[in-house]
Write a protein that binds this ligand. Structure first.
Ligand code: SAH
Ligand code: SF4
Length: 357
């Protein structure tokens, strides 16, 4: 593997530092970013407003690279999931979610991409396919951004909404995620507004504190999935180290200086977290945090025992929350049939590769 860093992983600050160190003018940053992010060239030779010497300098220090797209599932109007292979053979999955028709009946051109932040996950939530094989490694800044570039080449459109809800715990890989966010939100980079980006965390409190210090108004979703320590301890090992008594104050701190509150993600799993008592604990937390709730009927994962409650039961749970006035939505996963729950595609592929070996 070539050791040169990817040009697509360079923040404005990093490029500026590089150019300054090589006695180049600062305005070259904008020119280079323009070639990379607006014109989407794939070689330094194509950067025709730079001197040949500067192009050579860049080529000696950086490289272009796009991961190989090895599988695409789904069709253009639906959720499409794709698998890419990194240079070390690691498999990464991402999901393209086209906008639903806008409320006024017109088709909106919003495209949401669900990106992975790690290969696998160390957090081992009991219901999740990503955790089943453990953590292989963090994704680099370039690999996180590479998913957006791959998605845009598959969809033929720009991605304008981003959710870190694929494989991995983004806050455990904050050192690669924050520079990616710099590039993604930069007005001379991918130019996706911070408010169109959501980071989802299972409740990794040290990472939450670092994200709170990040100046951009990135949205936050918290995978709560249980509204008491008893329930969370059963299904999410992270809760043993950072129980609700630590997580909730950390979320309050996160929200203090911003004009927004986190969304609480809550998977509904039959007989685990779906009783009226669970609903009332959840309501208590949402009130305390002034948070919205997003209910997600569980997507079954092959080999795991958990089940999705009946549709009626899910709606009853939602209605119990709704009548308290707390904003609540229920997201029936569009991609149930294409293994859209995070980690499932890779799991299948890795398992079939292992069984072939
Ligand atoms: N690690 C982060 C982000 C990735 S997971 C987190 O846990 O928040 C993205 C979301 O998918 C999380 O809310 C996760 O709990 C949920 N999820 C995982 N497996 C699922 C499944 N089988 N069905 C429905 N949602 C699932
Ligand atoms: Fe990791 Fe999130 Fe899956 Fe838990 S739900 S194992 S934190 S990816």
């Amino acid at each position: 593997m070539s050791a040169l860093p990817l040009i697509t992983a360079q923040t404005e600050e990093a490029l500026l530092a590089f150019l300054t160190a090589h006695r180049q003018s600062a305005f070259r940053v904008k020119q280079i970013m323009d070639w990379v992010w607006r014109k989407r060239v794939s070689s330094f030779d194509a950067m025709t407003n730079l001197s040949p010497a500067l192009r050579q300098l860049l080529a000696e220090n950086f490289r272009f690279y796009s991961p190989e797209i090895i599988e695409v599932h789904g069709s253009a109007d639906t959720t499409r999931k794709f698998l890419t292979r990194m240079e070390d053979g690691s498999l990464v999955e991402s999901v393209i979610i086209p906008a639903a028709t806008a409320e006024n009946g017109e088709k909106s051109d919003r495209i949401t991409l669900c990106v992975s932040s790690q290969v696998g996950c160390a957090f081992g939530c009991k219901f999740c396919a990503s955790g089943l094989l453990g953590l292989k490694r963090h994704l680099t800044t370039g690999e996180i951004i590479g998913q957006i570039l791959s998605a845009e080449s598959i969809a033929g459109k720009r991605v304008n909404n981003l959710v870190f809800m694929g494989m991995g715990e983004p806050l455990a890989n904050i050192d690669n995620v924050l520079p990616a966010l710099d590039i993604i939100t930069s007005h001379i980079g991918l130019e996706i507004g911070a408010r169109h980006i959501t980071i989802s965390t299972s409740g990794f409190v040290p990472g939450l504190k670092k994200l709170a210090a990040y100046p951009k108004q990135i949205r936050l979703a918290v995978s709560l999935h249980g509204a008491t320590d008893d329930v969370r301890d059963q299904i999410m090992p992270v809760n043993k180290k950072w129980p609700l008594s630590q997580l909730i104050p950390a979320l309050e701190d996160w929200g203090k200086d911003r004009n927004q509150m986190p969304t609480l993600e809550y998977i509904l799993i039959e007989n685990v977290n779906d009783s009226p008592k669970d609903a009332s604990h959840l309501i208590g937390i949402a009130k305390r945090l002034h948070a919205k709730i997003n209910l997600i009927p569980y997507n079954t994962v092959e080999g795991l025992p958990w089940k999705r409650p009946s549709e009626r039961h899910c709606y009853a749970f939602r209605d119990a929350i709704r009548k308290t006035g707390i904003p609540v939505t229920m997201r029936y996963e569009k991609g149930h049939d294409i293994n859209a729950a995070c980690g499932q595609l890779r799991l299948r592929k890795e398992s079939s590769q292992t069984s072939q070996n």
